[in-house]
Design a protein around this ligand. Structure first.
Ligand code: GDD
Ligand code: MN
Length: 376
């Protein structure tokens, strides 16, 4: 039906200049890199009708201005300037959905991804691949010099988990460098999470059928200009996406991250309690109070770093946020104890009643802190 329409349309004459390939490039403070990237694309994609779509989240360094300057003299260059939004995955999805080209690629702006494999990737798509991934692992000179050792370790663990739990058997599901027929993304667009940065994993996990996948190894370069926006902590976020997918998308990533943080908070609580009782010889009530306050502070800081990394509170807002978080958690504790004490009258299993109270408390803390502490 679509093709019939486009055949009748007068715009048909311009088909010959429509791009075959859109390259979507998310940017945040990449002003010094975008010009060089366009030059590199121009050099390497001589035989393909391409366009590049930069999706910039209102970078403080005004990357969008630089992109638009280039676009002024090069119609293959486009810019989506997003205001009031932040996030790698969301930016990629928006860029892909804005494209009319039958094939789309996603790549970083910082020149760490080797653009010279793009023609090979495109050929693989033409040969029938559903997905082509530029991978840092496969191949002889597999190199990951661009990542810190600890992040490399986290990345490997995350890849293993994806293999085990989601039965995703590509060597680098965290790659930010891939090419895919646009229809493949359109088909799952409604299921994709715009939080976080794991766009590729999300596409694979959201597609019900097996995508015919080709991996092309490349040398991950060092970043020269600007700095990395992702850190070691992104791995934790990846765990959240994994669990969210395992729950069939029912549980939001943020809530799962909140629970993971909460679980570490329990460990902190017990450690502090132990120390206060035995090393400092405190009485139980004050030891328990100290442990509670420290665990809440721990949870606040971790949630601020991880769960709400995109809304991270700093300076005076950090202090106010901490105060509201204490308030929320205190109310959550009331709700928890109240509900459990009420339930235990009907439910003879005290552990079950306790668990129900704890779940209610966690849901309350999550919901209330998302409104009070980390509101948009
Ligand atoms: N629009 C937008 N919004 N772009 C962003 C944002 C954001 O919030 N955060 C990062 N970017 C852009 C950067 O400007 C860059 O072009 C690209 O996304 C990748 O960000 P980097 O900060 O350079 O990531 P990295 O090099 O540390 O991460 C590498 O490893 C990841 C997997 O561990 C990259 O290869 C990623 O693509 C990959 O997913
Ligand atoms: Mn990078």
């Amino acid at each position: 039906m679509h093709s019939t329409q486009s055949q009748q349309s007068p715009a048909r004459a311009s088909n010959s200049i429509a791009p075959e390939l859109s390259i979507v490039v998310p940017t945040y403070n990449e002003r010094a890199n975008v010009g060089e990237l366009v030059r590199k694309l121009d050099r390497v994609l001589a035989d393909i009708r391409w366009e590049v779509i930069f999706v910039d989240d209102n970078s403080p360094d005004k990357t969008f201005e630089t992109v638009k300057q280039i676009a002024h003299s090069d119609p293959r260059v486009r810019c989506i300037h997003r205001i009031g939004r932040r996030g790698l995955s969301g930016a990629c999805i928006e860029g892909i959905l804005s494209s009319a080209a039958p094939t789309v690629a996603v790549m970083d702006a910082d020149l760490q991804h080797d653009e010279s494999i793009l023609p090979k990737m495109y050929r693989a798509i033409k040969d029938g691949a559903d997905l082509v991934i530029g991978t840092r692992y496969a191949g002889e000179d597999a190199s990951s010099q661009g990542l810190s050792p600890i992040r490399q370790w986290g990345s490997n663990q995350a890849t293993n988990l994806a293999r085990k739990f989601l039965r995703i058997d590509v060597s680098d599901p965290m790659s930010g460098f891939f090419m895919i027929p646009r229809a493949r993304v359109d088909a799952v667009a409604g299921k994709l999470s715009d939080e976080g940065f794991k766009i590729l994993l999300d596409i694979i996990a959201s597609t019900p059928t097996r995508l015919k996948t080709v991996e092309i190894p490349y040398h991950f370069r060092q970043r020269v200009a600007g700095e990395s926006k992702l850190d070691t902590l992104v791995t934790a976020e990846y765990l959240g996406l994994l669990f969210s997918k395992l729950s069939g998308g029912f549980l939001p990533i943020r809530f799962l991250m909140f629970l993971i943080v909460g679980a570490t908070g329990i460990a902190v609580h017990l450690a502090v309690l132990q120390t206060a009782l035995h090393a400092f010889g405190m009485a139980f009530p004050s030891a328990q109070l100290t442990a509670t306050l420290v665990a809440m502070a721990w949870n606040f800081v971790l949630n601020n770093q991880l769960t709400y990394r995109d809304r991270r509170l700093k300076g005076i807002k950090f202090v106010i946020g901490m105060a509201t978080f204490y308030l929320v958690c205190s109310l959550g504790t009331f709700a928890n104890v109240g509900a459990a004490s009420w339930l235990v009258q009907f439910e003879p299993n005290q552990i079950l009643a306790g668990l129900a109270g704890a779940i209610l408390g966690a849901v309350f803390n999550y919901a209330a802190s998302s409104v009070l502490t980390w509101h948009k």
